[in-house]
Every structure is written in C-alpha cells, then in structure tokens.
Design a protein around this ligand. Structure first.
Ligand code: KG4
Ligand code: ZN
Length: 338
C-alpha cells in the first residue's frame, strides 16, 4: 500500500500543496505566496485571498503531484487544513480536497492548522521530541501548549490580545515598512540598539502564564508621536531612532516569548521546547531562545524557515498521523474560522 499523502493548505495568504511519504519524506512542496496582492493594502484582504486561492490551487496541486512524479491514484489520502483561518480561503481548500479525494476514491483527512505548525517543528527531528512544550507564534496565534504526541496538545497559555506576528506587522506599519512586517522590522532592527528604549514587557498579574502585545504596540505608538496620542504618526524619514525602535520592540517581544516559554517548561518539568509558526523565522528569537534554553538545560528545536511559515508539508505530515490513528473525515467535512 502507498503511504503518500497530498497535503493542501489555504488558511491565510499562502496557497500550498505537497506530497509527503510515510509522514516524513518530502517528495514535493509548492507554495504560492499572495504577498504582492495584499502588500498595497498593508495586510491580508480576505476577499482577495479567497479569490486568489481559487485561481491558484488546482495548478499548485497539479504541480505538487507532477514534481513528486505521482498521480492521484498513487496516493493513500488527501489531507487539508480545515481550521482556523479565513473562512473563504479555508473553503477553497476543503472543497478542492473533497473533489480530488472523492474523484480518486481516497480517504479525506481534516487538519488543524496550529497543530500542523507544531508538527512541522518535529518533522526534521531524528527522534520524536515528546513530551515537550510547544510555542506557536504566527500572524494569528501566540500560544503555549504541552504536547504529548502529534495528536495530543493541552493549551497552557495564549495571548490576551494581539498575536506576536500581528504586533510585528502593526509596528512595521507605524515605522513605514512594507507588509509583511516581521522580516522588515527584523532587518531594520539589525542596525539599532535593543536596549535603547525601555518598552514594556507584559507579566500576568497572578504570576500565571500568558502573553499580551497591545500595550507594547501602544507604547511604540506613543514613543513615535512624542507621547501625544492625537498627533499624527511621523513619516519614516522623520523618525530619528527608527532602527532603535525596531530593535527595542523586537527585544521586548522576544523577552516575553522566551520568558514565558522557559517558565512553562520549568513548571511542566519538560526538557524539550519546540517553536513553530512564522515568527519562529525571527533571528533574535532563534538565537535567544536557543541560548537561554540551553543555559536552562533544555533542548530547543526550531524548524527550518520554510517550515515555520505556512506550507503544505506540515499538513500532509500531520494528515499521515491522523490517518494512521483512523481519524478520517466524511464528505460533510466543513471549514471553521476558529
Ligand atoms: O505562520 P505564518 O506564515 O502565517 C500565519 O499562520 O499567521 O506567520 C506569518 C507571520 C506574519 O505576521 C509575519 O510578519 C511573521 O509571521 N514573521 C516574522 C518573521 N517572518 C515572518 N516575524 C518576525 N520576524 C520574522 N523574521
Ligand atoms: Zn500559519
């Protein structure tokens, strides 16, 4: 029997398809980014995203199969992201996956996007890293989980307001940087001093776990407007300490992420830390989580950058685990934004 899974991902602004064998061997991975279509608006426009997925997905899926040198008849199943994400975008993926699976007589597997991000961090590991702490930091999510296996996650803490990636995107906009903001802020931060401005770090009042980035974002706004909320945000060329703002903001986000993750690892008595999602590409986060984690006696695992941002390899990979656990879906499979 074949163990090949076609994975499909359309939850946000990447149209992706991949063929993975045995849950680990990547035969092909196609990602079509819509960044250029959304950049002029400074963020993802759901209507444009849905239409773009509709235009691109069948071509991307065909190319993933062709690159892997297989046809639909060679597959064991089709796996697709069903939640969470933009509902119009998810529906394009789910409907396409249903059509392909039904037409080829294959089982259909629905995959949770966040669980797939966590799974991506394990796919390059030589041995299973469980149990572990998983930090998911993306454009839409910032959360800590206790992870026992690819299919067992307990939520320990999440953000009270913005996701870390969202904070990067908003601060980038304030600094006059292009969308998506994370990489742009991070590049500018290289030229600045991380200790130049004392931006606030959120701590949960009862000493518990949690993240919050809206206060930090507001602190950046006040700093740029000279403490006058009604003043306009100055144009980029009139911000004298632009690189220092980027570096100090980035350091504040990294301090929160690293501090909360290490506390959770100590509290749960777990030696291994996985970091997943688009913000896991961040250079300062990778360096500091790895160094401080090691100093604390922990192993820190980051996926390679291509597996941090949205991709379909993680969908096919986790789809394989779900299939082996007998968790296939009926033709009434639906998408959900949450
Ligand atoms: O996981 P992802 O590709 O999509 C979601 O599921 O949200 O994450 C995208 C997010 C964006 O907010 C982007 O600005 C952020 O990840 N990001 C970064 C970096 N690269 C991407 N944030 C900080 N530093 C980076 N190098
Ligand atoms: Zn994602």
């Amino acid at each position: 029997m074949s163990d090949l899974i076609l994975g499909i991902e359309t939850s946000c602004d990447e149209t992706a398809a991949a063929v993975v064998g045995g849950g680990r061997e990547v035969l092909s991975s196609m990602v079509h980014s819509q960044i250029a279509e959304h950049a002029v608006y400074g963020g993802v426009v759901p209507e444009i995203a849905g239409r773009s997925h509709l235009r691109e997905l069948t071509g991307i899926a065909d190319r993933a199969l062709a690159e892997a040198g297989v046809g639909l008849a060679d597959l064991e199943a089709v796996a697709v992201t069903t939640r969470p994400g933009l509902i119009g975008s998810l529906l394009v993926g789910v409907s396409t996956a249903k059509g392909l699976a039904f037409g080829a007589g294959l089982p259909l597997v629905g995959v949770h996007h966040i669980e797939a991000h966590i799974h991506a961090a394990t796919m390059e590991c030589e041995r299973a890293p469980y149990p572990c702490i998983a930090l998911v930091v993306s454009g839409g999510h910032t959360a800590l989980y206790r992870t026992e296996s690819p299919l067992e996650h307990t939520l320990l803490a999440s953000t009270l307001d913005d996701a870390a990636g969202e904070a990067f995107d908003k601060v980038a906009w304030l600094l006059g940087l292009a969308y998506p903001g994370g990489p742009a802020v991070s590049d500018l931060a290289r030229e600045g001093r991380a200790d130049a401005i004392a931006f606030p770090r959120y701590r949960a009042r009862d000493g518990g776990a949690g993240f919050s980035f809206s206060g930090l974002k507001t602190a950046v706004l006040y700093h740029l407007r000279g403490q006058d909320a009604l003043a306009p945000t100055p144009p980029p060329e009139e911000i004298p300490d632009r690189a220092d703002v980027a570096a100090s903001f980035e350091q504040a986000v990294v301090d929160s992420l690293v501090g909360e993750t290490l506390s959770a690892a100590r509290r749960e008595g777990l030696e291994t830390i996985l970091v997943a999602g688009g913000v896991a590409c961040n250079r300062r986060l990778r360096e500091q989580m790895t160094r401080l984690g090691q100093e604390d006696g922990r192993t820190v695992i980051f996926p390679s950058p291509a597996y941090c941002t949205d991709n379909a390899v993680m969908i096919a990979g986790l789809g394989f685990e779900l299939l082996r656990a007998g968790r296939t879906c009926g033709w009434d499979l639906d998408a959900s934004p949450r």
